[in-house]
Write a protein of this length. Structure first.
Length: 182
């Protein structure tokens, strides 16, 4: 083998190793995002129809949320919110519509107390998905019912199911400490 052939083979080997390393790192990053975001990864991928765009969107969310001043609830606030939630649940029997509206407002109050910006729903859900990727699906499901309820289209059974969705997110928000930043 000539020196030129050896140099070309070495260059080819380096390029192949670099490509394999790049593909490995890209797949590792994708796997980490899938593990971190769970169903939100799948939802974002379905919405964008592009793996690279979906992953970039999730990474941007994580960076934005990292800059927020999220906080855990202190013991007194936690107890107060839990008591308010119990009252709202008890009111549901006599006034499902009113109780559901109060639950929606209370969930917003808890999110604000935790430090989540209170902007449009999609922005809120995206922010929540970073630290609460599994229960944000409950928020989305409850919100769909809230929209139908505002239009007078949700029946009591739908409100009951939405309350359960909201309760799952509520429980996580009042009981979770602020996750460590990655």
């Amino acid at each position: 083998m000539s020196t030129t052939e050896i140099i070309l083979l070495a260059i080819l080997a380096i390029v192949v190793v670099a490509i394999v390393a790049f593909l490995f790192m890209r797949e590792k990053k994708s796997r980490e995002l899938r593990d971190r975001f769970g169903p939100e990864y799948v939802r974002t991928l379905a919405a964008t129809h592009d793996k690279r765009k979906a992953e970039l969107s999730l990474e941007k969310r994580a960076q934005r949320v990292k800059s927020l001043r999220l906080r855990s609830l202190n013991h007194q606030d936690r107890q107060r919110y839990v008591e308010l939630w119990r009252k709202v649940q008890n009111e549901f029997v006599d006034d499902p519509s009113g109780a559901f509206n109060k639950a929606d407002d209370l969930l917003g109050d808890v999110m604000a107390a935790r430090g989540y910006p209170m902007s449009d729903f999609e922005h809120q859900a995206a922010d929540l998905s970073v630290n609460h990727p599994f229960v944000v699906q409950h928020y989305r499901a409850g919100h769909e019912v809230a929209l139908r309820h505002r239009n007078g289209e949700a029946d009591t059974e739908e409100l009951r199911r939405a309350m359960i969705h909201y309760r799952d997110l509520f429980d996580e928000l009042v009981n979770d400490a602020v996750p460590a930043t990655n």
